[in-house]
Design a protein around this ligand. Structure first.
Ligand SMILES: [Zn+2]
Length: 332
């Protein structure tokens, strides 16, 4: 089937108490690992590319990789721009066939964010493309954008209604304590569980509930929502890597969010960690190997395993592809 937008995905996810995984892609093996896992579990999936990924892989490569994934796998796939920094980047992706774009105006003050988001929404909707925007500021590092923890700010529930109705956006990314990157929190912000793993402060579910009250049935998006799975960090560190005190969002909290108004959960760092774990492990076990197909395949295997786990145990989107395809066809 052709690429789909996210309208139908979010409607079903909202009703069904699950979330759609939005996985960042920038090369062939990542696209393959994610979509093979989703296809085996009959799950819808969002493949997203940041401005940095488009710069790295080049637009045409990304587009054709995703088209190849559609040809091989019979599941609904949306192609989304992650963190569009300006109108031009969003327009380029819309013109390039993306079915969804994020315009991130969260660094601007409220009225300016509305004004800029509105311009993107007007162009996108003219072309049948949906738009995600952001209110509030996440800490952490996303490509070149670094937001210090003290500049981060939770989304203000009293602002969401005006923002959504003024801009006409289709979904909203909010800040309730998630953070970009593999080092989401400083060790002193966390406690340690029985296994010695750092556990960050709980997400602000109270803010999420207030937002849901203000804009009922509106799809909410969580960025910076990798769980930084200790298993992969351990493999990396046991095979020559050095990732001290990497901290993510505990998966039980993400599962809880997926059951609420949160319809899209972004996962990037976990993919990077899984791929790196597979490749590092391979090199340590086979120092004589030099065929990239051998070691990158191990990275791809871990990506697939990770995405299967996320779909089944965190997102709850397994077995949901058919209901989305049916709704897409009914809306044609
Ligand atoms: Zn993000």
């Amino acid at each position: 089937m052709p690429l789909v937008g996210t309208k139908e995905m979010f409607k079903k996810a909202y009703e069904g108490g699950y979330a759609i995984g939005a996985f960042n892609v920038n090369n062939m093996e990542i696209v393959q690992g994610i979509t093979e896992a989703a296809a085996e579990l009959n799950s819808p999936v969002i493949l997203q590319a940041s401005a940095g990924a488009r710069k790295y892989a080049k637009g045409p490569y990304l587009r054709h990789l995703v088209e190849a994934a559609l040809e091989v796998n019979d599941i609904p796939i949306a192609l989304h721009l992650d963190h569009g920094p300006d109108f031009e980047t969003c327009k380029a992706c819309i013109d390039d066939g993306f079915t969804s774009v994020m315009y991130d105006g969260s660094k601007y003050e409220f009225k300016e964010n509305i004004k800029r988001t509105k311009e993107v929404v007007a162009y996108a909707h003219e072309h049948g493309v949906v738009v995600e925007a952001e209110l509030g500021k996440l800490a952490g590092i996303e490509d070149d954008v670094k937001v210090a923890a003290h500049d981060a700010a939770y989304t203000q529930p009293e602002e969401v209604e005006e923002f959504v109705s003024e801009t006409g956006v289709d979904s909203l990314a909010i800040a309730i304590g998630t953070s970009h990157g593999a080092f989401k929190f400083k060790p002193e912000q966390c406690t340690r569980n029985a296994d010695g793993v750092l556990v960050p402060p709980e997400l602000r579910f109270d803010i999420l509930a207030e937002i849901e009250k203000k804009i009922p049935e509106f799809p909410i998006v969580l960025h910076g929502a990798s769980s930084v799975i200790p298993k992969y960090v351990k493999i990396i560190n046991a095979n020559g890597g050095k990732l001290d005190d990497a901290v993510g969002i505990p998966e039980d909290q993400l599962r809880r969010a997926a059951k609420s108004a949160v319809c899209k959960i972004n996962i990037d760092s976990d993919l990077r960690l899984a791929m790196t774990a597979g490749i590092r492990e391979h090199f340590m076990a086979h120092p004589e190997h030099f065929d990239p197909r051998q070691y990158i395949a191990d990275g791809r295997t871990y990506i697939k395993e990770l995405v299967e786990h996320k779909i089944k145990d965190v997102l709850g989107s397994d077995g949901r592809a058919d209901e989305i395809v049916a709704l897409v066809n009914a809306n044609k």
